[in-house]
Write a protein that binds this ligand. Sequence first.
Ligand SMILES: Nc1nc2c(ncn2[C@@H]2O[C@H](COP(=O)(O)OP(=O)(O)OP(=O)(O)O)[C@@H](O)[C@H]2O)c(=O)[nH]1
Ligand SMILES: *[C@@H]1O[C@H](CO)[C@@H](O)[C@H](O)[C@H]1NC(C)=O
Length: 325
Amino acid sequence: MSVEDSTVVYVAVSILVLGVTSLYAALILWSPPPIITREGEKKYRSKLSPSKYLPLPSINDPAQVDLSVIIPAYNETERLPDMLTTTIKHLESLKKSRSYELLIVDDGSSDGTPDFMLKLAINEYPGSDIRIVQLERNLGKGGAVRHGMLHGRGKRLLMVDADGASRFEDLELLWKNIDELESSEDAPAIAVGSRAHLVKTEAVVKRSVLRNILMYGLHTVLRVVGVGHIRDTQCGFKLFNRPAARLVFPAQHITNWIFDVELLLLAKQLRIPVAEVPIEWHEVPGSKLNVMTASLQMLRDLLIMRGNQLFGRWKVAQGRPNGRT
Ligand SMILES: Nc1nc2c(ncn2[C@@H]2O[C@H](COP(=O)(O)OP(=O)(O)OP(=O)(O)O)[C@@H](O)[C@H]2O)c(=O)[nH]1
Ligand SMILES: *[C@@H]1O[C@H](CO)[C@@H](O)[C@H](O)[C@H]1NC(C)=O
């Protein structure tokens, strides 16, 4: 090698090292902080104990009811009451064969959502098993869902939005799909609601143009990230059996609205079967999502998620045969 050649190699290697180092630095800088669960957040109130906070169980404990319904709630005094009425009506109609609990996870609301919900639980729904859990600070929907999932008692655990956009009776469709996927009691399985069949129908045309463009953009990015096999990742209606929840939620890092994608990616990496099930949907006014900031945030967070996995900073849960660790 001549002197010039070695200089070229030296410069190229330096640039490469510098590039990787700054990428890694950016990754660390932009990664969301680890999710911290405070002591006060591991407790709940209910109609049986309206003023004394009682300890919540863990997802690793044995199940105590057939179904947990996890409702993340951020400033939801307006929308949640109606949603609760239809939800409880359906659950009560099946109560004889399926016991249930509702877990309302308040995401640090400032409009008094938790006390309001507790009052509602006592006065309007005395027959229902409703637990109110409070996050001390606003974490984002993904953080609230994760918290509820890690502290639910159900054999199966459903996450559902407080706005009532999904038709709650469609739970039965997800339920049947899990029945089919579950090869045994402790085999993990997931069924996710999907609005993909509604594309080009009235329900979607009514959404704003920007929202639709965002949706198509999202699909392209999702294919790159590795969850292109799921047509609708963002639907807020997803059912996990307990073994699946035990594997997926402890490995979750993202707490904003990209968390759905992380859950599906984790499911894929853990080889958990996922059924995508068409459900009814209607757009409900009162969404707090800003589409532009959300798309930029999405792009950044998907890259961060992939980067962290690539560098081995975020590990997929251990202990699953053939699963990546
Ligand atoms: N926007 C928002 N919602 C949160 C937060 N934490 C929990 N949530 C709950 O997440 C659910 C979805 O909130 P929405 O504001 O309807 O979000 P969205 O993505 O616009 O939902 P759709 O309009 O139904 O597509 C609701 O149950 C909220 O109460 C948060 O920090 N911000
Ligand atoms: C939540 O509600 C409170 C009280 O109504 C309000 O001051 C606050 O701005 C709301 N937050 C959001 C993000 O809507």
